[in-house]
Design a protein around this ligand. Structure first.
Ligand code: SF4
Length: 77
């Protein structure tokens, strides 16, 4: 049975988040290290801080577009 991706529980509340498709590469952390961090024990990455200025917003959107497995999601408010 197909498993649907779910929002990882360690994500901070807010518009950007990582879902269970994450394959623990380094792309998003390289692009937006102020917002994404690795949970080593789980071998995935989460959003630990939502963007708080236009630069971080732009970098988070860039990370979303560059994620190789489309695991970064964004919900419009
Ligand atoms: S770019 Fe995507 S797959 Fe890679 S660590 Fe970030 S969320 Fe996970």
């Amino acid at each position: 049975m197909l498993k649907l991706p779910v929002r990882l529980p360690e994500n901070v509340a807010g518009r950007f988040y990582v879902d269970s498709r994450c394959v623990d590469c380094e792309v998003c952390r390289d692009i937006a290290p102020d917002n994404f961090k690795r949970i080593a024990a789980r071998r995935y990455v989460i959003v630990f801080k939502q963007p708080v200025n236009p630069e971080q917003e732009s970098l988070c959107r860039e990370a979303l577009e560059c994620c190789p497995v489309e695991a970064i999601r964004h919900e419009e408010p």
